[in-house]
Design a protein around this ligand. Structure first.
Ligand code: ATP
Ligand code: MG
Length: 553
């Protein structure tokens, strides 16, 4: 199954198709999904899975997907998050058109439906406090106890609920509870609270309300109001499905009966998902904001240089199942690398520079050599790079006393400078601590372009011309978390390393978010937050090598 836009997501969502196709054989004639974030934090890669799934499934069946802010909890929500969430979904490549909804805009309807439940004798106002309710719920083996307020008359319940709304009671003094079954084997069916009192301003509805609906009541109502046919959510809501269905059935006024389908959350190795944990890192300044390139927030991976297509491909590749599993972060990096490899221009950069003086190259002279902008993609063209007597190479590309099979530069050995010449090392200079400060070499003018018919060299190294090279800061990343000796995940103290690099002068004009492949080093992006003409900053998106093999996936 595939569709016109090329978004194939959903093909790997096997069991969900089973449900949908079953429904479409019956009375249902459309598919309508929604992505329902709570605006209490930034989206992360786990949400990307849910976004790709909801929008992907809708598109696949010629249906629609709504964006709905599930903003029923006034305590934690903020317009900052409302804006960032929209930006992130758009960036991922999905469009909700004119279907942006707020759960809070249904507060009147929800109140009306709660009154309806009271009138049907299906809900009651309870005077027990939160602790008392908890204590009376029983447990998996013991049935709960009925609330002493359970048999209030409909009139009394209507009156009290209205007075709850009017602000006559303090927080926690009363709740509205569904009247279901205190002996149900499913704890969520033991007369759950569906409205609570909270004297608190709401980011959208202001001070209009002091009672707020609980998730188990609000969510099915939101879905039904919007005509959602398939309400895809994560596994922790599986035990809530009976209450979801109960709410829809007992209110009984809806044309479309939404079906809740659960799928497993995405977990990724060696990183942190979950808004609460992410927020803690940001608020305690352990990272450079919500968009720190090490974070798995959508804004973080955007700043890191991951592409939306790579994320979508990743979500498609990992598929959707009911069983929880943890995906290797290398699989995500593989998708990024695959997406960058054909279209990203190559540039020269040396991350740990040491100077090489080519003593037989005439002083005060230089030349321009043509180089390809990409090893296989000719459409990216060519450019000229300057070469002359002084260049920088990577410190690790030189060894004074190399082991066998070291094919880079060492005394009396020859190496190819990519796109330039063969050079042979004639010696080096060191400081008092024994660190190499300058390497001396001679070039062979007959090997221009790095070509030679008479002899071969095994090593090819990259370089930049020293007089015109530009300084740049380069951020190198490792996984955000590592395991300590007790196998607990802790923050990796080496997750960020910043080095002072030398880069070719063409990079002085980069725009934030420009991407490059630095030869032998990986893919890099000009940092959107800190990179300026007089302060170049690049982030490593991914290195070139991976241990992930797609056929093992
Ligand atoms: P977190 O646990 O990270 O704080 P959340 O579940 O509280 O996330 P919501 O805003 O409530 O975040 O979630 C919006 C949607 O995204 C929900 O349908 C939720 O099931 C889904 N979702 C959240 N985390 C993941 C994940 N790791 N994998 C897949 N879907 C997820
Ligand atoms: Mg949540």
């Amino acid at each position: 199954m595939s569709n016109e836009s090329g978004n194939k997501f959903g093909e790997t969502a096997g069991f969900i198709h089973g449900y949908i196709q079953e429904d479409l054989k019956g009375e249902l004639n459309k598919v309508h999904t929604r992505f329902p974030p709570e605006p209490n934090g930034y989206l992360h890669i786990g949400h990307a899975k849910a976004i790709c799934l909801n929008f992907g499934i809708a598109e696949l069946y010629g249906g629609k997907c709504n964006l709905r802010f599930d903003d029923t909890n006034p305590a934690k929500e903020d317009t900052e998050f409302v804006n960032s969430i929209q930006e992130d979904i758009r960036w991922l490549g999905f469009d909700w058109e004119d279907r942006l909804y707020y759960a809070s805009s249904y507060f009147d309807k929800m109140y009306e439906y709660a009154v309806l439940l009271i009138k049907k004798g299906k809900a009651f106002v309870c005077d027990m406090g939160a602790e008392e309710i908890k204590a009376s719920r029983g447990d998996l083996v013991t049935p709960g106890k009925n609330s002493p307020w359970r048999d209030r008359s409909i009139e009394e319940n209507l009156d009290l609920f209205e007075r709850m709304k009017a602000g006559e009671f303090a927080n926690g003094e009363k709740t509205l509870r569904a009247k279901i079954d205190m002996a149900s084997p499913n704890m969520n069916m033991r007369d759950p609270v569906i409205y609570r009192i909270s004297h608190m301003s709401h980011h959208a509805s202001g001070d209009k309300w002091c009672i707020y609906p609980m998730y188990d009541f609000a969510h099915p109502v939101e879905d039904a109001i919007e005509g959602i046919t398939h309400s895809l959510c994560t596994m922790e809501f599986e035990d809530h499905r009976p209450i979801y269905d109960w709410v829809i059935k007992e209110i009984g006024v809806f044309d479309v009966i939404p079906r809740q389908i659960e799928f497993a959350k995405l977990n990724i190795t060696d990183t942190i998902l979950g808004k609460r944990l992410l927020r803690n890192l940001v608020e305690t300044n352990q990272v450079d904001g919500w968009d720190d390139p090490r974070l798995s927030t959508i804004c973080g991976i955007r700043r890191r240089g991951y592409t939306p297509r790579a994320i979508r491909n990743f979500c498609e590749m990992i598929g959707v199942a009911k069983a929880n599993s943890t995906v290797d972060i290398q699989q995500l990096e593989y998708c990024v690398r695959e997406d960058l490899k054909d279209g990203t221009p190559v540039a020269k950069a040396v991350l740990d520079p040491v100077k090489v003086v080519i003593t037989n190259y005439p002083e005060g002279q230089s030349e321009f050599l043509p180089v390809e902008n990409h090893p296989s993609n000719e459409t990216l063209g060519k450019r000229e790079v300057e070469f002359g007597r002084e260049i920088y190479i990577e410190r690790e590309d030189f060894m004074e006393n190399p082991p066998k099979k070291y094919f880079r530069l060492s005394p009396d050995k020859e190496v190819r400078l990519k796109g330039a010449y063969f050079i042979k090392c004639t010696g080096c200079e060191k400081d008092e601590e024994g660190n190499v400060t300058t390497i001396y070499a001679e070039y062979d003018p007959e090997t221009k372009g790095g070509n030679c018919t008479t002899r071969k060299v095994k090593g090819t190294i990259h370089w930049v011309y020293a007089p015109s090279a530009v300084d740049a800061k380069v951020n190198l990343y490792e996984n955000l978390t590592i395991k300590n000796e007790n196998s607990e995940n802790i923050l990796n103290p080496d997750s960020l390393k910043t080095v002072d690099a030398k880069v070719e002068p063409s990079l002085a004009d980069v725009k934030p978010m420009d991407r490059f492949q630095f030869m032998r080093l990986g893919y890099f992006i000009a940092d959107s937050k800190h990179c300026r003409k007089d302060n170049l900053v690049f982030n490593r998106i991914v290195s070139l090598k991976s241990s992930f093999k797609p056929d093992k996936a």
